[in-house]
Design a binder for this molecule. Structure first.
Ligand code: FE
Length: 198
C-alpha cells in the first residue's frame, strides 16, 4: 500500500479489529481459532527460528552464501516459511556496515523467523525517526555505534522482508551451533542490537 492509500484511512489495527468482528458475527471464523493463531506466532514461532538460521550461517560458510543469495530458499531449507515469510532478504552486519530494519508504512516483519513484531517496531515514532536519525534512535535503544559506521535502514514491505545476519561476537570460536543459537536475540536480527559474547 502506498503512502497516499494509507493517508486518511483508519489504522491497520482498527481495520483488522473491525474485520475480525464482522467475520465472527457472520459465523465465518471462530475467535478461539484466531486467538490460537496469534498465540502460535507469539509463543511457538518466536525468534528462535531466526536464531537457528543465524547460527547455521555462522558455522556453515556455504549456507551463509546461500542465505545471502536467496533468503527465502535458504530459510525454507531449515523448514521455515509460510505467511509473511515469502520474500526474505538477508543482509549481513559487520563492524563498519550496519543494517537496521523498519516498516515505515505498517509493520511488515518476517513472522516465520521472528514471530510477531514487538510493540516498538509498530510505534510510529520508531518508524519515522529511525529513517531520519538512525544513529540517535539506535543509541536511545542501547546500541551506540561509532559515527563512522555506515547505517543502512531497510524498509520492509510485502515485497521484501528484511532479516539481519548479525556479526558473530569475538570469543565464540569454540562454541557449537546449538550454543550459538542461545546467543542470538530478536533485536540483533532486526538490527537494533548486537549479539553479545556469553
Ligand atoms: Fe508493513
Amino acid at each position: 500500500m502506498t503512502a497516499e492509500e494509507t493517508a486518511g484511512r483508519p489504522s491497520a489495527a482498527l481495520r483488522t479489529e473491525a474485520l475480525e468482528q464482522l467475520l465472527v458475527e457472520r459465523g465465518l471464523i471462530d475467535p478461539a481459532v484466531v486467538d490460537r493463531l496469534i498465540t502460535t506466532y507469539e509463543t511457538n514461532i518466536g525468534p528462535l527460528n531466526g536464531a537457528k538460521v543465524v547460527a547455521k550461517a555462522w558455522t556453515d560458510p556455504a549456507y551463509r552464501e546461500r542465505l545471502l543469495a536467496d533468503g527465502t530458499a535458504a530459510t525454507k531449507e531449515l523448514g521455515f516459511g509460510g505467511p509473511q515469510g515469502e520474500h526474505i532478504v538477508v543482509v549481513e552486519n559487520s563492524a563498519k556496515d550496519h543494517n537496521v530494519v523498519v516498516c515505515t508504512l505498517c509493520s511488515c516483519y518476517p513472522w516465520p523467523l521472528l514471530g510477531l513484531p514487538p510493540s516498538w517496531y509498530k510505534d510510529p515514532a520508531y518508524r519515522a525517526r529511525v529513517v531520519r536519525e538512525p544513529h540517535k534512535v539506535l543509541s536511545e535503544m542501547g546500541l551506540d555505534l561509532d559515527a563512522d559506521v555506515r547505517i543502512t535502514v531497510r524498509d520492509s514491505s510485502s515485497e521484501v522482508r528484511w532479516l539481519v545476519l548479525p556479526e558473530r561476537p569475538a570469543g565464540t570460536e569454540s562454541l557449537s551451533e546449538e550454543e550459538l543459537v542461545e546467543l542470538v536475540t530478536r533485536d540483533a536480527m532486526v538490527g537494533v542490537a548486537k549479539v553479545a559474547a556469553p
